[in-house]
Design a protein. Structure first.
Length: 206
């Protein structure tokens, strides 16, 4: 794959993935290449490569004879998703403390403050993705980013009551403070408390 092709593939992946998470592409909706080309100004080969990647993340499914479709949101997956998040986030807490630097923490702090003026669903996702990137382990980061995407789709699909902006900001600031402090147990506790709150809110809406 050439560098130009790789960039086109990454662009297609991000645009289609973001549309799926935001529910602009609805669960079960067919992903016709001609529609995606027109809608997102993408190349056919880039779409195919992006679709293959999204299939691996279980955000897209291939139906024999019917092509690719946006994956349905299955509420029965809530337990599995949050169980996977809990175990992976425990590892992430240790890696973040070990591998992050002052620039990473500053970027995380900036995202925590953005919640005051930006849609907090999206900023919450960006905040957690930043934490995932701070692990310095691309396998852990990729796993967490996929789990966060599925979590957010569930919130949007169920129209779950989300925490207030003030609660989200306070929770994010607390995580930033613990990361700055460098205590692994405190970071782990702060992240898992945030995750548990999200799980309870989601379960209450089902």
């Amino acid at each position: 794959m050439t560098e130009r092709t790789e960039l086109a593939s990454t662009k297609a992946y991000r645009r289609i993935r973001n549309a799926i998470i935001a529910m602009e592409l609805q669960p079960g909706e067919p992903l016709r290449e001609s529609d995606l080309i027109d809608r997102f100004d993408l190349k056919r080969m880039a779409i195919r490569e992006a679709t293959a990647r999204l299939i691996r993340e279980h955000l897209v499914v291939m139906r024999p004879g019917f092509g690719s479709h946006v994956a349905e949101v299955r509420l029965t997956d809530v337990g599995d998703i949050f169980e996977a998040r809990e175990h992976t986030e425990r590892l992430a807490a240790r890696l973040v403390v070990r591998n992050s630097d002052s620039g990473d923490i500053e970027a995380l702090s900036n995202l925590a403050e953005k919640t005051d003026t930006h849609p907090h669903f999206e900023v919450d996702l960006a905040f957690h993705n930043q934490v995932a990137n701070m692990t310095g382990n691309r396998f852990v980061s990729n796993t967490l980013e996929t789990l966060y995407a599925h979590s957010l789709r569930m919130f949007k699909a169920t129209k779950s009551h989300w925490r207030s902006r003030e609660q989200v900001v306070a929770s994010h600031r607390h995580i930033v403070r613990t990361v700055s402090g460098g205590d692994v147990e405190e970071v782990e506790r702060a992240i898992l408390e945030h995750t548990d709150e999200a799980k309870e809110l989601l379960l209450d809406s089902i």
